[in-house]
Design a protein around this ligand. Structure first.
Ligand code: 4HQ
Length: 257
């Protein structure tokens, strides 16, 4: 998969892309990321990318022509119409399901805005606007990196173990179960022993699987009940959910708070 990122902060984007799983996928050629400096597509001596808003008001707006020239250059290189994703709080909210869909594309362009936003006429070249959530950031670079990371993880070969990606809790619409590692006991703030749940030390793999399902379903019911409507639960998980809901409705505590 190839991802073009158009930004006025190419070094910021490149720095993040060096690290971790995505960095390795780029170094190994599984993923091709091209970071394009929007200023390279200006035509004036000062490489100006922004201007004051028509109608007045605070802040600056990204000019359309450098963006058009950048997209023209990418399109000429690809020799095909582009899928252009503009990062914007006005966009469609990014979900795991959408990220999985995007990962099946051969190519996408991530267009990062800055300042108050992008001249509206750029929308003529935008396939879809993407929001990563209802909060305001200083620019589209961090959202673009979020989209890139979650899409890249779904590309075969990017994460070492394809099975772990497929089984990722969010792919199934559930929160994850708790994780523990050594040592088996650590000391809490007031000296209370904090132990790993006994079942995980038992070596009973069927019991461990059941415990993890119960934890995942229980946490989802307690913290994100909205997810359950769209979750792909297996038969065990559906049974567990029915039990937990019945307990909740009878007012039985589960020790979660
Ligand atoms: N911004 N999800 C403002 C975001 C954002 C978000 C990107 C800040 C665009 C102009 N993008 N610029 N939240 O806050 O995607």
């Amino acid at each position: 998969m190839t991802i073009d990122v158009v930004t006025i902060f190419p070094t910021m984007v490149e720095a993040v892309l060096q690290a971790g799983v995505v960095g390795r996928a780029i170094a190994g050629g599984t993923l091709d990321v091209k970071v394009r400096d929007l200023r390279d597509f200006t035509s004036d001596r000062h490489r100006v990318v922004d201007d004051v808003p028509y109608g007045g008001g605070p802040g600056m707006v990204l000019k359309p022509e450098p963006i058009f020239r950048a997209l023209d250059a990418i399109e000429a290189e690809r020799g095909a119409p582009l899928t252009v994703l503009l990062l914007s709080p006005q966009g469609r909210r990014l979900t795991q399901a959408w990220a999985e869909e995007l990962s099946r594309a051969a190519h996408v362009v991530l267009l990062c805005g800055r300042y108050e936003g992008v001249d509206e006429r750029v929308s003529a070249r935008v396939t879809e606007e993407v929001s990563i959530g209802d909060y305001v950031l200083s620019g589209g670079e961090l959202p673009a990196l979020v989209v890139l990371d979650t899409v890249a993880r779904q590309v075969p070969g990017v994460v070492g173990d394809d099975q772990s990606v497929a089984e990722d809790s969010f792919s199934r619409g559930l929160l994850d179960h708790p994780h523990y590692t050594r040592p088996v006991e650590v000391e809490g703030r007031d000296g209370t022993p904090l132990r790993v749940p006994e079942v995980l030390l038992s070596g009973h793999h069927a019991e461990i699987r059941r415990w993890r399902k119960r934890e995942a379903v229980g946490r989802t019911l307690a913290r994100r009940p909205d997810l359950l409507a769209g979750a792909a639960l297996d038969e065990d998980e559906r049974d567990i959910l029915r039990e937990l809901v019945a307990e909740r409705d009878r007012g039985v505590g589960d020790g979660r708070d």
